[in-house]
Design a protein around this ligand. Structure first.
Ligand SMILES: *Cc1c(COP(=O)(O)O)cnc(C)c1O
Length: 414
């Protein structure tokens, strides 16, 4: 007879080479945190680092810290640390602004590059319906200005939709709801064959699974700092420009921090020679300092071991679920090689079930209208958390606990 899930989990945790990293995070007692794909946990080193930046670098050293504490280099420094996680060279990545703002800059830049080459003929930005809203909304905003034409096509038809009017293919590598992955090398190649550029959103990939932007010959990318990189709420995001495109990349938010010589105070804008040209205004140093702590831990562990554990965690979760006898409708790909670090299930009562689980300390999330989503941040989760989460999930559904009145209310953030 096979041992119960809890006993197997203990064996797996004992043999887990990443187990010691859990202690680098402040995971609250009594919480099983399956939402690190939405807001990563707090690294234990972050409060002290922020205290240092606030009290010493800001409080005592004041404006001198732009030089003495290296504040001015932080967007590049943090970007360079993120680069190996996503298959980029250190000088191709910058940490600045939100994903949304960087999408605006890079979509605009890609459209301008295409216009220079092809005139007004290529204006279509191709994406898929159900992509993360901000990606779609940013295209829409450019469309309203007459600069882009938005076209949304189901993923199965994506390659065929790459006509000669497509300027840019904008896709999210790991889908936020289902976790389904796009084949980055194949789609990038197809887009290039059709004369289009490609912008990848790595928000649900970076820090959880290996990405090889340069191996795939990607043109541009963006990604999130507060999910698997554990940079804290609203952390700066990162943006990538392939080296071959840097010089041709003219982004419209031509703020002084993206200038080649901000402190020359010239009347004329001249973009910085490197990826720093993506900067706009003065970077938020507190946010960058927190992000750097999170990135350092992920970089120290390395993306391959993280990916291996991510797959083991989600597969163990599925195994426990299968043994529990509870049947749930999996909307994520069953093959762990085809999905990001998450499992999503469709259930009519997904919202109430999610609330009931949260009341038990099992924090996953609900995605409208009927998706129950569990993210597996491999840096701090244990196999025991999987076994326990499945036990709670089974109990909540089988006892009908989710039907309690208190689980019906919807908060502003789900
Ligand atoms: C989380 C996420 C974002 C976040 O965008 P912000 O502007 O940083 O809030 C963007 N795209 C995807 C796919 C995401 O999952």
């Amino acid at each position: 007879m096979t041992e119960p899930p809890g006993a197997r989990a203990r064996i797996l945790d004992a043999g887990d080479p990443l187990a010691l990293y859990r202690d680098r995070f402040d995971v609250p007692d009594g919480v099983i945190y399956l939402d690190g794909n939405s807001l990563g946990c707090l690294p234990r080193a972050t409060p002290a680092r922020l205290e240092e930046v606030v009290r010493q670098e800001w409080g005592r050293d004041l404006i001198r810290s732009w030089n003495s504490a290296g504040w001015i280099d932080m967007p590049k420094r943090v970007g360079a640390k993120i680069a190996p996680l996503i298959g980029a060279q250190p000088h191709e990545v910058i940490a600045t602004d939100s994903v949304s703002v960087n999408l605006f800059k890079l979509i605009s830049a890609a459209l301008a590059m295409q216009a220079q080459k092809h005139g007004a003929r290529r204006k279509v930005v191709l994406s898929e319906p159900g992509n993360f809203p901000t990606d779609i909304y940013m295209i829409e905003g450019l469309e309203k200005q007459g600069l882009a034409e938005r076209r949304l096509v189901d993923r199965g038809a994506m390659k065929d939709a790459l006509g000669d009017d497509v300027a840019l293919l904008l896709l999210t590598h790991a889908h936020y709801k289902t976790g389904e992955l796009f084949d980055m090398p194949a789609l990038t190649e197809a887009a290039h064959d059709a004369g289009a550029l490609v912008l990848w959103d790595l928000s649900h990939s970076g820090g959880a699974l290996p990405v090889d932007l340069n191996g795939a010959h990607a043109d541009f990318a963006v990604g999130c700092g507060y999910k698997y990189l554990n940079g804290g709420p609203g952390a700066p995001s990162y943006a990538f420009i392939a080296e071959r495109h840097v010089e041709a990349t003219q982004q419209p938010l031509s703020g002084w921090m993206g200038h080649a010589a901000p402190f020359a105070f010239s009347d004329d804008y001249r973009p910085a020679p490197g990826v720093e040209r993506l900067m706009c205004g003065t970077p938020g140093i507190l946010g960058l300092a927190a992000l750097e702590v999170g990135v350092d831990i992920i970089a120290e562990i390395g993306i391959e071991p993280l990916y291996a554990k991510s797959q083991q965690l989600s597969e163990f979760f599925r195994q426990c679920l299968a043994e529990s006898g509870l049947e749930l409708d999996l909307v994520s790909p069953a093959d762990p090689g085809q999905r990001g670090s998450q499992l999503s299930f469709r259930h009519e009562e997904a919202h109430a079930i999610c609330q009931a689980l949260i009341a038990r300390g099992v924090i996953g999330d609900f995605r409208d209208p009927d998706i129950l989503r569990f993210g597996f941040a491999p840096a701090y989760l244990r196999f025991a958390d999987m076994a326990e989460a499945v036990r709670h999930l089974t109990e909540v559904i089988e006892t009908g606990e989710w039907q309690r009145e208190e689980f019906r209310e919807r908060a502003a953030v789900t």
